[in-house]
Design a protein. Structure first.
Length: 519
């Protein structure tokens, strides 16, 4: 996402033209009054010939160029704007210097309006240049006058009034652009995330949107998980923090969640008037002095988005409004992403045991095998089968058989690492992928699983079910099989060898691994 550019010196074309229209009309009316006055009054016949016509034509040309500049390319305008600025400054200075003081009631408003037009079209610095040039010419033309207080006040009041008018226009520009830029940020954020169903893509986009929209030292996005708010995105004073949480009770984030409404704290130097809430320092060892938080809620997603600053009164209500708009967009997308992730995860899992299904386990195994080759590390595969499983269904019912499989997968998970994978190969047969694990260590895992299953107590409807036993076959990639299909086939053959040896066995035995050498 593109960052918001610095505040421009010019308004957008449509906004600038709309703002110019009433000022253009007023300029033309004032110029018309000047020309009319020269025609009906005899007291101005001593002025230079055609001076009013020249002033009128200059005014028409000046405002026409300023209006038409909105249709020019930026590069074209940049080449001539200072030339037009100097011409306007000289023209205004000559206007108020040549005409008698009785015309001030017309020339002063005309100067202020043209200054405002310059501010709309060219921005702050060219506008101040126009004011400076016209003021210097005006003062120079009156330097022979007796410097009375009212004369000095008259000379000074005009640039002061012009500066005030120019600054009003310029700050209106800045407020207008900031508002437009923020809307564009939201629209761009919405556009980019609309097609994303991956939470790993949504969070970086949200990170950029917050940075672009609001100047803050700290910001985070947290999702409620039990009694904690898990901060999936947390930035603090130039650094990102991961795996951070805050309590859902007694924290500012918790207050937002509990009350489901925004919280605006512009100055945290003042005591918190929130019952049961204490300030918690996370991230950098600094205390924030301004804080805003809004709820994230859509479907089953409940969370909070917050920003903070180390300066008091760093935010205003427009920042809060912006944060709420971002939160509304983010909540919907996070809900969709989390829901999609849940559905996608469920599609990978066996519905009974919660381990990987056959298809996804194969994908996981292939990925781990490629990594094993890249790392020149062994990968062990255990194929495991419950002995005499049909008897559990026949003698104790299918509920007993299901419970045996559920307890088996829990046992397997308790003896493997989080980086390992387990899948239901089919029926009562399971596969265990152990990356970066040689055969002798894989056998130790198999032994622990076998021992735990032997001692397991299973009761179904107040009946004790005999402890299940398992047979297991182990093969190692790539030293024993350098292809996934061959690896699976070898482990499966060893599984049936273990069964043929009397079940409750692990194949191969210790002697095989003691002589096998690994790279």
């Amino acid at each position: 996402m593109n960052s918001i550019p610095p505040l421009p010196q010019r308004l957008s074309n449509s906004t600038g033209r709309a703002l110019m229209v009433p000022m253009l009309i007023a300029t033309l009316l004032l110029l018309g009054i000047l020309v009319t006055a020269s025609m009906v009054s005899d007291q101005y016949r001593d002025l230079p010939e055609h001076i009013f016509l020249i002033i009128f034509l200059w005014g028409i040309a000046s405002v026409s160029l300023m209006y038409s500049s909105f249709f020019w390319r930026t590069t074209t305008l940049g080449k001539i704007e200072w030339l037009l600025t100097v011409i306007n400054g000289i023209g205004l200075g000559m206007l108020i210097s040549l005409l008698p003081a009785s015309f001030d009631i017309i020339t002063y408003p005309l100067l202020v309006i043209i200054v405002m037009l310059t501010a709309v079209v060219y921005g702050r610095y060219p506008t101040y240049a126009v004011i400076a040039i016209s003021t210097v010419i005006h003062i120079n033309a009156h330097r022979s006058l007796t410097a009375t207080f009212f004369e000095i006040a008259g000379l000074v009041s005009l640039p002061i009034l012009s500066i005030a008018a120019a600054e009003t226009i310029i700050r209106m520009q800045q407020v207008n652009f900031r508002h437009i830029a923020r809307l564009e940020t939201i629209n761009e954020f919405s556009r980019q995330i609309s097609a994303s169903l991956d939470i790993e893509q949504v969070l970086p986009l949200l990170n950029e949107a917050i940075k672009d929209a609001i100047q803050a030292d700290t910001y985070y996005v947290g999702i409620l998980e039990g009694d904690l708010v898990k901060l999936d995105l947390f930035y603090d004073d130039g650094e990102y923090f991961y795996d951070m949480t805050v309590p859902a009770k007694g924290s500012l984030a918790g207050w937002v969640l509990q009350n489901n409404r925004p919280l605006f704290l512009p100055d945290l130097r003042k005591p918190l008037d929130l019952e049961g809430v204490e300030r918690i320092i996370i991230g950098q060892d600094k205390t924030s002095l301004a804080w805003m938080g809004v709820p994230l809620q859509a479907g089953d997603v409940l969370g909070v988005m917050a920003i903070a600053s180390y300066r008091p009164n760093a935010f205003d209500r427009s920042d809060m409004e912006m944060l709420e708009n971002l939160a509304q967009q983010a909540a919907l997308v996070l809900h969709n992403a989390i829901h999609h992730k849940s559905v996608e995860e469920q599609s990978r899992l066996d519905s009974l045991t919660g381990v990987y299904n056959h298809g996804y386990f194969l994908k996981a195994l292939e990925g781990d095998a490629r990594q094993a080759l890249a790392d020149a590390a062994p990968l062990s595969l255990i194929m495991l089968d419950v002995d005499f499983f049909k008897q559990y269904n026949d003698n104790y019912g299918h509920l007993a058989g299901d419970e045996v499989l559920i307890q088996l997968t829990r046992t397997i998970r308790s003896h493997i690492k989080s980086s390992d994978a387990v899948g239901r190969w089919g029926g009562e047969e399971f596969a265990i992928c152990l990356p970066n694990t040689p055969g002798d260590l894989a056998r130790q895992v198999a032994l622990r699983i076998r021992e735990t299953m032997r001692n397991m107590q299973i009761r179904i409807q107040d009946k004790t079910v005999p402890s299940p036993t398992v047979s297991q076959g182990i093969a190692v990639f790539p030293i024993e099989a350098d292809e996934i299909i061959r690896l699976i086939d070898l482990a499966d053959k060893r599984l049936y060898t273990a069964k043929s040896r009397g079940r409750d066995q692990i194949e191969p035995d210790d002697s095989h691994w003691s002589v096998l050498k690994y790279c």
